[in-house]
Design a protein around this ligand. Structure first.
Ligand code: 5GP
Ligand code: MG
Ligand code: MG
Length: 187
């Protein structure tokens, strides 16, 4: 079965995503000009979004990756994110912008914001492609004067895949965001 045939419904098309990413990039560029900024993508889900958003920020930023796990292979967070691969650079005194695929319960972002504060970041922003406000349990806040919350789209309360997001480590390479056919989850 071809990859597209696994998808029941497209929620955000490649074009909608690309237009929104370019708008977010312009906004972030205006906000970060003149500020030493470390853009930190949360692996693995944010890698496609990270690659696209940083190309829309024409400033001398640092691009980093951190790996956080809370899901295993299912569709429900276990609520205890752990950092399984750390930053390579020092963020002391820098503005950190966390780049995430989707904010769900909020526990991953809350954990990473606290971590960046503990590493001496002067401010922390969050930039997420999607947000599922219906499922929020932990209400995090950006940090410092430069700290802001950037969000691409509000997402319906469904388990989505594509544009970096997986189900059991598959579907990350879809260029759009969609919902899988129900029979796929039952396998
Ligand atoms: P949170 O800590 O906010 O509950 O969850 C954050 C992480 O859970 C996201 O970075 C993402 O990796 C995963 N996640 C949450 N909702 C979805 C979803 O609908 N689809 C996929 N593939 N991952 C999700
Ligand atoms: Mg993620
Ligand atoms: Mg996942």
């Amino acid at each position: 079965m071809a990859l597209d045939d696994h998808i029941e419904r497209v929620i955000f098309t490649e074009q909608q995503i690309s237009e929104r990413v370019s708008e977010l990039g312009s906004e972030i560029t205006r906000d970060c000009i003149g500020t030493p900024t470390v853009v930190v993508g949360v692996a693995t889900g944010a890698i496609l979004f990270l690659a696209d958003i940083v190309r829309n920020i024409p400033l001398p930023i640092t691009v980093e990756i951190i790996r956080v796990e809370s899901y295993g292979s299912g569709t429900v967070s276990n609520g205890h994110p752990t950092i399984s691969s750390d930053l390579k650079t020092d963020v002391q005194g820098c503005h950190v912008m966390l780049v995430e695929d989707i904010v769900d319960t909020g526990s991953t972002m809350s954990c990473l914001i606290e971590y960046m504060k503990s590493k001496g970041a002067s401010s922390v922003s969050v930039c997420t492609l999607l947000d599922k406000p219906a499922r929020r349990k932990v209400h995090f806040k950006p940090v410092g004067e430069k700290g802001k919350y950037y969000c691409g789209f509000e997402c319906p309360d469904e388990f989505v895949v594509g544009y970096g997001m997986d189900y059991a480590e598959v579907y990350r390479n879809l260029p759009y965001v969609g919902v899988l056919k129900p029979e796929i989850y039952k396998r």
